[in-house]
Ligand binder design. Sequence first.
Ligand code: DQA
Length: 146
Amino acid sequence: ATIWVIHGPNLNLLGQREPEVYGHSTLDDINGQLQLIALQEGAQISCYQSNAEHELIDKIHSARAANVDVIVINPGALTHTSVALRDALTGVAIPFIETHLSNVHAREPFRKHSYLSDVAIGVICGFGVKSYELALTAAIEHTKQH
Ligand code: DQA
């Protein structure tokens, strides 16, 4: 199975960014942890981060040619704003899991709405780094069932 993990804007700041909300792990820590799980499960994963909406969209478009089975994506704030990201994901028709470190429903009201949730396989939020681990495990399971 080939799984891409895509991190959106500001997630490069993890570790220093609002640690009370997002924890102390850096993005490299998270990606390293996910690589370990992938190795154990025999899955291929590739991690990518960008602060630019168009780069995330281009990356998603390239997932088709790369035969990606499932995308795990934390779209950051683009979750709440980007019809374009939604259209990219539905456009390539690759199943994806929406993932957030924080519980977006327990925060500001504008974080409750997602442009992606209704077209995702599922949504995981609120478990910090564990959200990504759960999402990756679910993504691997999904490839076994489909
Ligand atoms: C986030 C939640 C978003 O609302 C926020 O804009 C982020 C991170 C999370 O992982 O909890 O950048 O996606």
